[in-house]
Design a protein around this ligand. Sequence first.
Ligand code: NDP
Length: 250
Amino acid sequence: MSPGSVVVTGANRGIGLGLVQQLVKDKNIRHIIATARDVEKATELKSIKDSRVHVLPLTVTCDKSLDTFVSKVGEIVGSDGLSLLINNAGVLLSYGTNTEPNRAVIAEQLDVNTTSVVLLTQKLLPLLKNAASKESGDQLSVSRAAVITISSGLGSITDNTSGSAQFPVLAYRMSKAAINMFGRTLAVDLKDDNVLVVNFCPGWVQTNLGGKNAALTVEQSTAELISSFNKLDNSHNGRFFMRNLKPYEF
Ligand code: NDP
C-alpha cells in the first residue's frame, strides 16, 4: 500500500530525515514533501537527488508559515489531494538541573508537540479528504488518506509507573499524551471522511532528541515505521502503536 503523496514535517534531521530516506525507496510515491525550518541549512535532506522530493520551509509554530506551506502543498498535489501527513517535528525541552517545569517550558513544549500538530492537520484536512474521496467504500489505508503522528511511549498514561524520577520530562509526557487524545478524537470525527488516523512511538532512537546512547539507529526505527504504515487498515484506526505495529496502551 503506497501513498501517492506524503508530507513529513521536521525532515532536515533525525527521524524525519530517516523517514524521507525510506520513502524515496518506494517508487510508487509521486510526491514526498519534506519540511525544514531553515531550508538553506538542510544540506543532508537537499542532497537526496530525487525529483519527487520537494523541500519546503515550515515552522510549525508560526501560523503564516503554516498557511504558506499548506498552499504550496495544494499546488504540488493538485486535484489528487494529499494521501499521507506524517506529523514528526517535535521537541523535548530539558529542564537542565531543575526538575520542576516552568510556565515557559510547558507552553513551548505544548506549542510544538501538540497545538501545532492540531493546527497543521486541520489546515491539511481538505487536501486529505479530497484524496480519500477518490476511492469508494470505507476501506482505510495510507494509500487512500491518513494522518500519522509520531508520539512517544512517554505519552502513555497507562505505562507511566516511573513518574519524573527516571525521565524528568513532565511537559514532554503531557504534550504526547495530549496528541494521543487528538489522534483518537480525530479518528472518530473523520469516520465518514475515510481518513485513517494513527499515532506511533518510534522507539528510543539515536537523534539529537534521543541522544547517542539510544537503542535504535534512525535507519532501524524508520524502516520499521514505514513497513508498519503500509500495513495500516480499518482495524488500526484511532489507535497508538510501537514502530513494529505492536499496540501501545494510551
Ligand atoms: P530531532 O531533535 O532529531 O529532530 C526534531 C525535528 O523537529 C527537527 O527537524 C527540528 O527542526 C523539527 N522541529 C522542532 N521544532 C520545530 C518547529 N517549531 N517547527 C518546525 N520544525 C521543528 O528529534 P527526533 O528525530 O528524535 O524526533 C522526531 C519525533 O520523534 C519527535 O516528535 C519526537 O518527540 C519523537 N520521538 C523521538 C524519540 C527518540 O528517541 N528520538 C522517541 C520517541 C518519540 P530544526 O532542525 O529546525 O530544529
